[in-house]
Design a protein around this ligand. Structure first.
Ligand SMILES: N[C@@H](CCC(=O)N[C@@H](CS)C(=O)NCC(=O)O)C(=O)O
Length: 213
């Protein structure tokens, strides 16, 4: 099988999630940058690969996979070493709920195209857009802290990283970029700190990616 090709952008948090999963699973891949600031995601060429015009997209095993959570799920089934979800149905639902609290309820509201629409089409100022961004993070993270705390260990669930940590770490990276205070989330910060001690997470950090010229 040819090497998987990963269409991504260094600062995309959805791509950051998949980089972590690829690293945790030990999958060797070729990175193919899609420059979001140059709107390459909207080119006819890229939309022919992903009709949604979003990164990431993973070309693997003859499949073109989109949606970070679906890609991570594929990788988890395809490479069962180091499972990213617990085996029990109830624990799995808990971990998926935490991942979705980020991936479905925080991240989409702060996506580039949403921010551009607020500014360019609806005429909001940069200050208002920044407040919007911070608002949805500050709305979502307190709930995630409460969800995670009772069953967290070194990570959001127990002592091994799961899909929930894979979604958390890029979201906290985004929060810091927009100066959102994070002091009230000890469980989230502990999971992040332990995650970033792992090379799979550290190597996926945006600062370690190739930035398009
Ligand atoms: N639900 C999608 C979200 C993907 C997404 O929002 N990607 C962003 C980067 S993090 C993007 O491509 N944005 C381009 C745009 O907004 O035009 C996933 O998890 O893969």
């Amino acid at each position: 099988m040819p090497r998987p090709v990963f269409y991504e952008y260094w600062r995309s948090s959805a791509a950051y999630r998949v980089r972590i999963a690829l690293n945790l699973k030990g999958v060797d891949y070729e990175s193919r940058p899609v420059n979001l600031l140059e709107s390459e995601q909207n080119s006819a060429e890229y939309r022919s690969l992903n009709p949604q015009g979003l990164v990431p997209m993973l070309d693997i095993d003859g499949h073109r996979l989109t949606q970070s959570v679906a890609i991570i799920n594929y990788l988890d089934l395809r490479y069962p070493n180091q499972p990213l979800l617990p085996a029990s149905a109830a624990e799995r639902a808990h971990v998926v709920a935490m991942a979705m609290a980020v991936a479905c309820d925080i991240h989409p509201l702060n996506n580039l195209r949403v921010l551009k629409y607020l500014k360019n089409e609806l005429g909001h100022s940069q200050d208002e857009v920044d407040r919007w961004y911070a608002h949805w993070i500050s709305e979502g993270l307190p709930a995630l802290e409460v969800m995670a705390a009772p069953r967290a260990g070194k990570f959001l669930f127990g002592d091994a990283p799961t899909g929930a940590d894979i979604c958390l770490v890029p979201q906290l990276y985004n929060a810091r970029r927009f100066n959102v205070p994070l002091d009230h989330y000890p469980t989230l910060l502990r999971a992040e700190e332990n995650a970033n001690k792992l090379e799979a997470f550290a190597a996926a950090h945006p600062d370690r990616q190739k930035v398009p010229a």
